[in-house]
Ligand binder design. Structure first.
Ligand SMILES: Cc1cc2nc3c(=O)[nH]c(=O)nc-3n(C[C@H](O)[C@H](O)[C@H](O)COP(=O)(O)OP(=O)(O)OC[C@H]3O[C@@H](n4cnc5c(N)ncnc54)[C@H](O)[C@@H]3O)c2cc1C
Length: 302
């Protein structure tokens, strides 16, 4: 049986960006429905870093505390459900979920994040534990250790330069023939950073702690204690695209400084709009989206 709920604002995705927006809206006495399927991208990482007041906390602890604080505002409701489809209506938007609900709202915010796509066997088990996306989040914990970088071309070279701030013991794995320019290769080698061009078949690990890199030619590289890599990704939720939101060339939802998308009444915030992936950036974007949505409703109704 389907049950209908109406709210000022529907927030799809109730992690860091979504909960921050809900707090701004709850404190503006807006009725808010948060729909969240419980799969934040950092769920496997044991400790979250680089967010003041929460440095070193477990991601789940930050989430639980945030949700408790947000749900203290009586106009905010949280549904642990998956948004299946949505459409524009005459006076707003309608979302249908796997929990048998139909939610309607004047405005909608997608805080749905992205889904990382581990492209090499072993990465999924190590993701956030010893295969890492960002040195600001996890570089300090592996400082001065022997770190591998999986990357090629401009991205690989960028990671090499960046990680050289945290350790001098780096090895670049290009996973096939290098596409570095001559200048990039020379600079990398000038810093005594070995470039290995073999095709990778898998990562060897124990409980997510990487120990080796195995190659298609059956040889193995041992002795690295962490790997940094930029994984392919896709939007966690297809609804923004299905509704007609413009996307960037890199696969993010196009949003302006107020987190407004190309569609009137539709906002997006957090990882789904930005390559700057951090809890603090998602929280900031959610706060901005919440305030901007509230002002838009005021402008339309005052
Ligand atoms: C492995 C890893 C480790 C990280 N470590 C750190 C760190 O130490 N410090 C730091 O600052 N940052 C870290 N980050 C980055 C940080 O986790 C992200 O920037 C942050 O989680 C983004 O928040 P978000 O709310 O945009 O998206 P997410 O946290 O990914 O949440 C998106 C939410 O939307 C929900 N959702 C998606 N689609 C639907 C749908 N159709 N219906 C209902 N719900 C839906 C998902 O279930 C999820 O709960 C890490 C990221 C990764 C991948």
């Amino acid at each position: 049986m389907e049950i209908s709920h109406n709210a000022d604002v529907l927030i799809i995705g109730g992690s860091y960006a979504g909960l921050s927006a809900a707090m701004a809206l709850g404190r503006s006495m807006r009725s808010v429905v948060i729909i969240d399927s419980g799969k934040p991208c950092n769920q496997q990482t044991p400790h979250s870093h680089n967010f003041i007041t929460q440095d070193g906390e477990k991601p789940a602890s930050i989430f639980t505390k945030a949700r408790t604080q947000v749900l203290a505002y009586p106009t905010v409701q949280f549904f642990s459900e998956l948004a299946l489809d949505g459409k524009k209506t005459n006076d707003g938007f309608e979302i249908r979920t796997d929990g048998g609900h139909i939610f309607t709202g004047k405005k909608i915010l997608f805080a749905t994040g992205v889904k990382d796509l581990p492209h090499i066997q072993g990465i999924a088990a190590c993701w956030g534990i010893s295969v890492l996306h960002c040195p600001y989040c996890h570089g300090y914990e592996v400082r001065n250790q022997h770190i591998g970088i999986i990357g090629n071309g401009d991205v690989g070279f960028h990671l090499v330069k960046l990680l050289s701030n945290w350790t001098q013991r780096l090895t670049l794995f290009t996973n096939g023939l290098s596409t570095l320019t001559e200048e990039q290769r020379n600079k990398t080698q000038r810093h005594q950073i070995e470039i290995i061009e073999k095709e990778i078949s898998s990562l060897g690990h124990t409980n997510g702690q990487v120990e080796s890199i195995q190659f298609s030619d059956m040889t193995t590289y041992n002795g690295i204690s962490a790997v940094f890599a930029r994984l392919p990704f896709e939007q966690h939720c297809a609804l923004p695209q299905e509704l007609g939101c413009e996307m960037t060339e890199q696969g993010y939802i196009k949003a302006d400084m107020m987190q407004k998308t190309s569609l009137h009444g539709v906002y997006a915030a957090g990882d789904n709009t930005s390559m700057m992936r951090s809890v603090s950036a998602a929280v900031a974007a959610g706060t901005m989206a919440g305030a901007a949505i509230n002002v838009e409703i005021i402008e339309e109704e005052f």
